[in-house]
Design a protein around this ligand. Structure first.
Ligand SMILES: Cc1cc2nc3c(=O)[nH]c(=O)nc-3n(C[C@H](O)[C@H](O)[C@H](O)COP(=O)(O)OP(=O)(O)OC[C@H]3O[C@@H](n4cnc5c(N)ncnc54)[C@H](O)[C@@H]3O)c2cc1C
Ligand code: SF4
Length: 329
């Protein structure tokens, strides 16, 4: 590990003062960043510890929730308002990592965690455009079982690893950030990027910007929601595919639906084509499969992950059937 300085930020202004210095990185729970530093993928000169600010979960005026960036994943998953009003978010968080890691991990750190592509972590000879721009991408023709089937580029086929972020995408969350140019909000769909020709940039954050909070809008009245993760082992494994969905029925027709997939793209994938195919139509198994087919029509599987579109489609149909039957809340 390369030597570095450590400083604890006393408040947001102090964090920004220190975090905007070149070579600084914010430290949340450290469960991803410290691993990246051990592997010398990340080499910050200074860590600015922001794990104590801000940590509140507050009711917002519109009936939603405002979640501080430093709230621990376990605290969020177990919060009463989250469990009762946003159960998909609670389920998504609890499907990730281990209890010990969730106890340490922060909301902001979860958003900013980096891909689990093996070649990204292998500094000992693997070519990776995300780690070293312009060097190439060994995953394209290498071991790519966990990689993207939607929205990838020649430069990078990595997936975003977070479970929590898939639920936030389906919830239409907003990310609150602060930085040298002032505070701003970013719709969740615009927070993470597709790789294009700059895969080194995971998000639309400017250098030194701090994630201060995540806002959840109120859930539609009568909506049911859930999260399902499919993985190689039932614990301690990242998603091969996952589905977060919110659905509201009007009789046996779909009044409102929001769907996001995990494990299929460089960002949590909001399934706008599937949603458009479903809204106003019948809540049937065939309609769910047809909607998934519309979403994955442009899928470009790689050597080892051709199973993903079919697996994601079946998972979506199962999740929506569960919601239609009222088996989830
Ligand atoms: C063994 C293992 C298994 C895991 N399994 C899963 C899984 O199944 N599903 C899943 O979703 N995740 C999984 N994870 C990942 C885990 O969820 C993340 O490591 C965690 O959420 C990161 O949060 P953190 O607070 O520790 O972030 P840190 O490691 O502290 O930071 C991560 C990144 O966020 C930046 N950052 C931190 N706070 C801020 C801020 N306020 N503003 C701007 N940038 C900030 C840091 O600079 C860094 O770049 C696993 C991790 C491990 C080690
Ligand atoms: S898929 Fe992306 S992260 Fe993985 S090796 Fe290629 S460029 Fe690097």
């Amino acid at each position: 590990m390369t030597p570095f300085d450590y400083a604890r930020a006393s408040d947001v202004a102090d964090a920004l003062r220190q975090g905007t210095i070149a070579g600084s990185a914010y430290l949340g729970g450290g469960t991803n960043l410290v691993d990246l530093m051990r592997e010398t993928v990340a080499r910050p000169e200074q860590l600015v510890d922001v794990s104590t600010l801000p940590v509140a979960i507050e009711e917002s005026e519109d009936g939603g929730l405002l979640i501080g960036g430093a709230v621990r994943n376990t605290v969020l998953a177990e919060h009463r308002a989250v469990r009762t009003r946003y159960p998909l978010l609670s389920r998504a968080i609890l499907a990730g990592a281990s209890a010990q890691i969730r106890n340490m991990a922060t909301v902001a750190g979860n958003l900013l965690q980096r891909t689990r592509c093996t070649y990204f972590y292998d500094t000992d000879g693997s070519r990776c455009n995300k780690r070293q721009p312009g060097s190439g991408c060994d995953a394209r023709d290498g071991f790519n079982r966990i990689h993207a089937v939607l929205g990838a580029s020649d430069a990078c086929v990595a997936t975003h690893p977070s479970d929590m972020c898939v639920a936030l995408a389906a919830l239409d969350a907003t990310v609150h950030v602060d930085g040298a140019a002032g505070a701003r909000t970013i719709p969740f769909a615009d927070f993470h990027r597709l790789p294009g020709d700059r895969p080194q940039r995971d998000t639309s954050l400017d250098p030194g910007e701090l994630v201060t909070a995540v806002a959840l809008p109120p859930m539609p009245v009568g909506a049911r929601s859930t999260y399902r993760k499919v993985r190689d082992r039932t614990s301690y494994a990242f998603a091969l595919v996952s589905v977060a969905a919110v659905m509201e029925l009007d009789g046996d027709r779909i009044r409102h639906v929001r769907i996001a997939f995990g494990g299929v793209a460089h960002k949590p994938w909001r399934a706008v084509k599937a949603e458009a195919a479903l809204i106003g139509g019948p809540a049937t198994h065939q309609a769910f499969l047809d909607a998934a087919a519309a979403e994955f029509a442009d899928a470009r599987p790689l050597r080892d992950n051709a199973f993903k579109p079919a697996l994601a489609s079946r998972t979506l149909a199962a999740v929506l059937e569960e919601l239609a039957k009222g088996d989830a809340t």
